[in-house]
Design a protein around this ligand. Structure first.
Ligand code: CA
Length: 236
């Protein structure tokens, strides 16, 4: 009998927000970085969907019609069935953020509007990792780059990127530790698994990887550090 590996489903995010433009911005960015999304436009629908669909994360606007975000949060955190789902509360500047933080709503994190989408996504991933480490284990995400280790797929800005096996391993190593500078020797060791004197191969494959990642004219996510090596280091 052949054991089949079932790829994990991408994490499901419930967005509770009454402003369509905000909802679209969030939905677009979560979708393109490897999440699934469902949306609710008021607090009551948010509570209902949270109970029905059991999302992995809830992004909750604080100013909502009918039931406020704070009330939604309180209701969900009182419900043993759903209280473990992390909640990220969105507040607008001037909505007395300090007061919101001070209120004991049980929200797991707060993000102030207008927010940086990249920061919001990074904090969402941190919340998910904390709540359920396995949910994020197989997929590496950085900026607009998503690498699925199970299906061997890379997505940039919502579009598939074709990579050879060496470039895929190289990108995996870089994405495991964004910002870290890897020397050519360290990359040889991690990607090829051998001690080699010649390091021109690293440059060749980094060049191919860069070309593949930039095929749609996007920015170069890899930084060359003079005399040191390479790093995945950019604001996506
Ligand atoms: Ca609102």
């Amino acid at each position: 009998m052949v054991m089949q590996m079932v790829p994990p489903e991408p994490p499901l995010v419930l967005i509770v927000e009454d402003e369509p433009a905000q909802t679209e911005l969030l939905r677009y960015n979560f979708d393109k970085t490897g999440f699934r999304t469902i949306t609710a436009t008021d607090g009551e629908e948010g509570v209902l969907l949270a109970r029905e669909r059991r999302p992995d994360l809830i992004v909750l606007d604080w100013m909502l019609p009918e039931l406020s975000g704070i009330e939604v949060c309180r209701q969900l955190k009182r419900d043993a069935e759903v209280r473990q789902i992390p909640i990220m509360m969105l507040t607008a500047r001037g909505e007395e953020t300090d007061k919101v933080r001070g209120l004991d709503t049980g929200a797991d994190d707060y993000v102030v509007k207008p927010y940086s989408v990249n920061e919001l996504l990074a904090r969402a991933r941190a919340l998910l990792r904390r709540a359920n480490p396995a949910s994020m284990g197989e997929t590496l995400v950085h900026g607009d780059l998503v690498l699925d280790q199970v299906q061997h797929k890379v997505i940039r800005n919502g579009r598939p990127v074709k990579l050879g096996p060496t470039e895929f391993r190289l990108l995996t190593v870089l994405m495991e530790r964004p910002g870290r500078v890897w020397s050519r020797g360290q990359l040889l060791d991690r990607v090829w698994g051998q001690d080699m004197e010649i390091d021109y191969r690293v440059d060749v494959h980094v060049g191919r990887l860069r070309k593949a990642l930039r095929q749609e004219g996007q920015s170069d996510p890899i930084r060359t550090v003079r005399a040191a090596g390479y790093s995945l280091d950019y604001e996506g």
